[in-house]
Every structure is written in structure tokens, then in C-alpha cells.
Ligand binder design. Structure first.
Ligand code: NDP
Length: 325
């Protein structure tokens, strides 16, 4: 098997030299375990934070993955089963039933969607953020930052299905902005490079917004707070603008109090009980073409680091995945 490990802790934006590939014999099939051949890996923004602390140096890295059981010493895992697990950034992994989530394959649903629209760190995050955290109600106006990414493309489409009155997104290029409006049902979108987020959001939502799903933090959070109506809600999902350095300051945090806003952070791992509800709603919609699992798929395990760095630079539309086979 081949795996990736971290050889440096980067300062600022990481580089390919911070990682190295290594080969090792296939893990021995211990009693009760199964050997999985990884088919897809997920490269996620939180991994940049793990590069500072969390990931050990010179140790196989971890992350979300989807693979096929190729040998088993456990009755609960049969050869050929497709499972999701957390031992990614490697070609093979030894797992036990308690480490995996079985994948139920549905006609018309691509396998990769189980790490994207149907994945914990993408569709489930968007779903939980909009429903449980922000309590989005029909007719309301919602703003989503990093809207052309994995969580963002899921959130925009889910907001529409939840009956949002107006869905506004921001992203980092004119092509992404066009894609959001032309293909994904956003009512309006803007490129955050074109001017202050608060000013552009005010133009897109002159009457203000009710809900903000924050994937970026810093100036995006500041701009959203400025445009939230009284009693508005912020689902604080992530802050990617600060992952490679200092996040921008949020200078109007007092308005959270002044406008009786609700700012609630969340981690999707605390809401895994919503998986079934989310899947049962989204699977038929994927099958009927009413929602799409947006993905950018990079081919080849050898390109995992390129995919990860590309995602941090904004080279992805939808969820960034690596396909191994
Ligand atoms: P994305 O697919 O959205 O990829 C990251 C995107 O962020 C890039 O494509 C890029 O798009 C954008 N970006 C990068 N740097 C900046 C910047 N400085 N300012 C604005 N945008 C930037 O990743 P995910 O969908 O996986 O994650 C989105 C967010 O959700 C992240 O903050 C992540 O940490 C968070 N998250 C939180 C979870 C939770 O449990 N709370 C679970 C999963 C994800 P662009 O071209 O538009 O700049």
C-alpha cells in the first residue's frame, strides 16, 4: 500500500514539500477486521488546521474515504461491501465494523455522491446548518459564503428546497458566480474580489438577509452581520479565510447584540443523527434530477496533495474528491 504523511508543519499556505508518499506492506488481516481498498478520498479545509496540530508528523494521515472491502475476517463486513471510513490519504485501510458507515447504493446516485452531497462534511453539514442551527423558514433570505464549494453548493440547493425566498451566494471567480445563478438556482451571487462583501451583499439583498451560513469568517462574517435583519441567525460553519493565517477582524460584532441576532457555531460530528433524515430526503431528489451532487474529481492517489492545495486555492467547484480507481 501507499500512504501520505506530513513531513513539515507549514507556516502560511502549505506546499507539496510538506507531504511525502511512503510505501508499506498491506496490513495483516487481524481477527475481526477487514481490508478496504480506497476508491475515493475527500480533501477538506479542516485538514489545513490539522497540519498545525492534530496530524502527527511521519504518520499515515487520516480523512474521509470511501472504499470496497477486499478481504474480511468479520461476518459483519463482506467482501464487496462499500463503506465510508476515516482512514484516508492511503490506498488501503484496515477497519472494523465500528469504524465504518455502510454505503447503501441507490440507482441513479453516483458512488462519489456519498462523500459529497450525501457526505457528512458536505451535504449533512449544509443540511444541519440550515435546518437545526439557522432554522431557515420558507420565504426567508439566506446568504451563503464559499457558495461554489462542497458545503456551499449543497446549501444553496437545500435552501431552495426548504422554501427560501431568496438565496444569495458569494464565490471567488466570475465563472463560479455564473454557475451558481445559471445552474444551481441561486437568485443572485457576487465575486468577493469585486468589492467589500457588505456592500455587494447590500446590493443583492437591499431589504437585508435573515440567515447567513458562514464558511469563510472575517470580512464575509462582518459583511453578513451588517446586512442581517433584526433576529437574524448565523450558522457558523467554518472560517476558511483564516486557515492559512490570521482571519480578518469582525469589527461590527456588537451588532449581534444590537440587532438581537443569534450566532451559533456547530460541528457536524455532533449531528450525525440527522444522516438518515437528510439521506431520505435527498436521495429521491438526486434520482429525479432535482438536486445535483457538485464535485470536482481529481484522478490518481499521486495527485492527492495537488487536489488538497487546489481546494485551498479555490480550484474546485463543489466537493473536491480524489478518485483512486
Ligand atoms: P469548499 O469546497 O468550499 O472549498 C473551499 C473553498 O473556499 C474554495 O473552493 C475557495 O473557493 C474558498 N476559499 C478559499 N480561501 C478563501 C478565502 N480566503 N476567502 C473566501 N473563500 C475562500 O470546502 P468545504 O465545502 O469542504 O468546506 C467549506 C467550509 O465549511 C469550510 O470553512 C470548512 O471548514 C467548513 N466545514 C465545517 C464543518 C463543520 O462541521 N462545522 C464540516 C465541513 C466543512 P473560492 O473560489 O470561492 O474562493
Amino acid at each position: 500500500m501507499t500512504y501520505l504523511h506530513l513531513v513539515n508543519r507549514p507556516e502560511g499556505f502549505p506546499s507539496a514539500d510538506d507531504f511525502a508518499f511512503a510505501d508499506a506492506p498491506l496490513p495483516e488481516l487481524e481477527p475481526g477486521a477487514a481490508l478496504v481498498e480506497n476508491l475515493y478520498l475527500s480533501v477538506d479545509p479542516y485538514m489545513r488546521q490539522l497540519m498545525d496540530e492534530g496530524w502527527n508528523l511521519h504518520t499515515p494521515l487520516e480523512g474521509r474515504s470511501l472504499g470496497r472491502v477486499v478481504a474480511s475476517a468479520n461476518d459483519r463486513l463482506a467482501v464487496g461491501d462499500i463503506v465510508k471510513h476515516r482512514n484516508a490519504w492511503r490506498t488501503h485501510a484496515l477497519v472494523r465494523p465500528e469504524d465504518v458507515q455502510p454505503v447503501c447504493q441507490h440507482e441513479g446516485v453516483p458512488l462519489s455522491a456519498h462523500l459529497a452531497l450525501l457526505g457528512d462534511g458536505t451535504g449533512l453539514t449544509a443540511y444541519v446548518g440550515l435546518t437545526r442551527i439557522a432554522n431557515l423558514r420558507p420565504g426567508e433570505t439566506v446568504y451563503i459564503s464559499a457558495a461554489a464549494g462542497g458545503v456551499g453548493t449543497a446549501a444553496g440547493q437545500i435552501a431552495r428546497l426548504l422554501g427560501a425566498g431568496r438565496v444569495i451566494g458569494s464565490a471567488g471567480s466570475p465563472a463560479k458566480v455564473r454557475h451558481l445563478v445559471d445552474d444551481l438556482g441561486f437568485d443572485d451571487a457576487f465575486d468577493y474580489h469585486d468589492g467589500p462583501v457588505g456592500d455587494q451583499l447590500a446590493k443583492a439583498a437591499p431589504e437585508g438577509i435573515d440567515v447567513y451560513l458562514d464558511n469563510v469568517g472575517g470580512d464575509h462574517l462582518e459583511g453578513a452581520i451588517a446586512n442581517l435583519r433584526e433576529f437574524g441567525r448565523i450558522a457558523w460553519c467554518g472560517g476558511i479565510s483564516g486557515y492559512n493565517g490570521q482571519p480578518g477582524q469582525v469589527r461590527n460584532i456588537d451588532e449581534v447584540m444590537g440587532k438581537s441576532l443569534r450566532l451559533q457555531g456547530f460541528m457536524v460530528r455532533h449531528h450525525l443523527d440527522a444522516r438518515e433524515e437528510m439521506e431520505s430526503q435527498l436521495v429521491p431528489l438526486i434520482q429525479h434530477g432535482e438536486i445535483v451532487s457538485e464535485e470536482t474529481i481529481v484522478h490518481g492517489f499521486e495527485n492527492t496533495v495537488t487536489a488538497f492545495l487546489g481546494m485551498l486555492r479555490g480550484e474546485n467547484t463543489g466537493k473536491m474528491l480524489v478518485r483512486l480507481r
